[in-house]
Design a binder for this molecule. Structure first.
Ligand code: FAD
Ligand code: 2HG
Ligand code: ZN
Length: 472
């Protein structure tokens, strides 16, 4: 039984209908754990409203009854933000039925979409209008626009187009008391005071429920070239990205770093992939250049850049994709890391950032500190070099017990975060704090910033019913 008053359940059912209310424990199951099973909770109910008005009515009823809500999109988040606690009194509010593309304004280069639209569908709608929506990440077939906004998602094209923050012009939000804030402005300039939408972006569901957004579109890409390059070190990657940016400017749209360990996991666990080179190399980057002109001379630029890199010993080997199939094959090596690491037992995921220039020293220092304190742990380092954002992930030593490794997870995280902060970095660059890094943020973030954040939380959600226990 849900534990909620029968009259409240009845009122909620009247708002969302039979199709929008799940009370059955079996049917709730997939809403109560993340895909890795790293976070699991209980809920009184799962609600699936189908319109902004329904969301508003649900939020109002829950606010009056003092019931906490946990917003959920595609449930692909990596820090437990969309999973309720284990007391069974919270209600999961799934936004996946708010899935309409409301408007494409090609002349204004904008698209207005509801929060439950899957990212891939948004990309396709933009393409149908001859435009590009550039946010791109491994979970794009399942994650939703609402989740992308609530986590300020990053991904593999931030280098050129920015995070979700930079891609958003307007928002519609249901506030914690059930009022609807219509901030769906499609303006590139609006200097009328505080930029409220930016408060909701990256707020991980703690300030309100995002129901729709106006997002920026860009010219479609008409030329593309993709290369897989072997490197001796992370320092070579930093040199190479500087060189390629100098040569190609904004045509450099992807620059993803991977360690040999990361690639080995993918080769071992992901079917249908193969190593592009006969020899093993310590590090790799996936480089992508793109242009809005058809037949842009991207291969010439790439060849020039790589030629110079070979001469200076910055690059060791390279392969350039010769077809669409090969482009996909190279990206499969990069995008497969997350899944592959999952097959190696519990994985500790980190999404730190440091200034790009400091990436090599960060990796060297953290590798050393970890191997000294936790001999044998397998470091799976990869990420978005152009954003200074590394997934400095850790898998258990070969043969170690899962439980013994999990027991060390806090201590491992502390080593990584201590070095991160020493290098003037951030403990979360793109996944957010959720429940995984909430306590670490309390420790590492400036107390004044935390105090300001708490005041904002109190101003929007004085009763603390929006995703309690997350972020703050
Ligand atoms: P959920 O997981 O459902 O929720 C995430 C958070 O947002 C929760 O706190 C939830 O309460 C809140 N929320 C969801 N919807 C709303 C709403 N409408 N209103 C208010 N709050 C809401 N992330 C990156 O940034 N870059 C990557 O490159 C990347 N790659 C990934 C690759 C894989 C294989 C996987 C599994 C995940 C990856 N992620 C990445 C993480 C994840 O996909 C993103 O965080 C994504 O934005 C989450 O979207 P979602 O719809 O699944 O949100
Ligand atoms: C990526 O860049 C994602 O692939 C996922 O942010 C990172 O699984 C991870 O640790
Ligand atoms: Zn990432």
């Amino acid at each position: 039984m849900s534990g909620l008053p029968v009259s409240l359940i009845q009122a909620l059912r009247e708002v969302v209908g039979e199709a929008g209310l799940i009370a059955d424990v079996e049917r709730m199951h997939s809403y109560l754990a993340d895909w890795r099973n790293a976070y699991r909770g209980q809920a009184a109910l799962v609600l699936r409203p189908a319109s902004t008005e329904q969301v508003a009515a649900v939020v109002r009823l829950c606010a009056e009854a003092g019931v906490a809500l946990v917003p959920q999109g595609g449930n692909t988040g990596l820090c437990g933000g969309s999973i309720p606690d284990d007391l069974g009194a919270q209600v999961v509010l799934s936004l996946t039925r708010l899935n309409r593309i409301r408007e494409v304004d090609a002349a204004n280069e904008t698209i207005t979409v509801e929060a439950g639209v899957i990212l891939q569908r948004l990309q396709e709608a933009a393409a149908e209008a001859g435009r590009l929506f550039p946010l791109s990440l491994g979970a794009e077939g399942s994650c939703t626009v609402g989740g992308n906004l609530a986590t300020n998602a990053g991904g593999t094209a931030v280098l050129r187009y920015g995070n979700m923050r930079e891609l958003t012009l307007g928002l519609e939000v249901v506030l914690p008391d059930g009022r609807i804030w219509d901030g769906l402005r499609a303006l590139r300039k609006d200097n009328t005071g505080y930029d409220l939408k930016q408060l909701f972006i990256g707020s991980e569901g703690t300030l309100g429920i995002i129901t729709a957004a106006v997002l920026k579109l860009f010219p479609a890409v008409r030329s593309l070239t993709t290369a897989w390059v072997a490197l001796p070190s992370p320092r070579a990657a930093v040199e190479l990205i500087g060189q390629m940016r100098g040569l190609c400017g904004d045509r450099l749209t992807g620059f993803e770093l991977m360690s040999r360990q990361s690639l080995e996991f993918v080769l071992h666990h992901v079917s249908g992939v193969s190593d592009p080179f006969a020899d093993a190399h310590p590090w790799y980057v996936l480089i992508e250049l793109s242009d809005t002109q058809p037949d842009a001379p991207l291969n010439d630029m790439l060849e020039q850049g790589l030629g110079e890199a070979f001469e200076r010993g910055v690059a060791l080997d390279a392969v350039v994709a010769a077809s669409e199939v090969q482009v996909r094959a190279l990206w499969a090596l990069r995008e497969g890391i997350s899944e592959a690491q999952n097959h190696e037992g519990p994985s500790l995921k980190h999404d730190i950032s440091v200034p790009i220039s400091r990436i090599p020293d960060f990796i060297a220092r953290t590798d050393q500190a970890l191997q000294q304190a936790f001999p044998g742990v397998r470091i799976v380092a990869y990420g978005h070099v152009g954003d200074g954002n590394l997934h400095y992930n850790v898998s258990k030593p070969l043969g170690a017990e899962d439980a013994a490794f999990k027991a060390q997870s806090e201590a491992i995280m502390q080593v990584i975060f201590d070095v991160t902060v020493n290098f003037a970095g951030s403990i979360s660059a793109e996944h957010g704090l959720g429940q995984a890094k909430r306590d670490a943020a309390r420790h590492y973030k400036d107390p004044l910033e935390l105090e300001l954040m708490r005041s904002i939380k109190r101003a929007f959600d004085p009763a603390g019913l929006m995703n309690p226990g997350k972020l703050l």
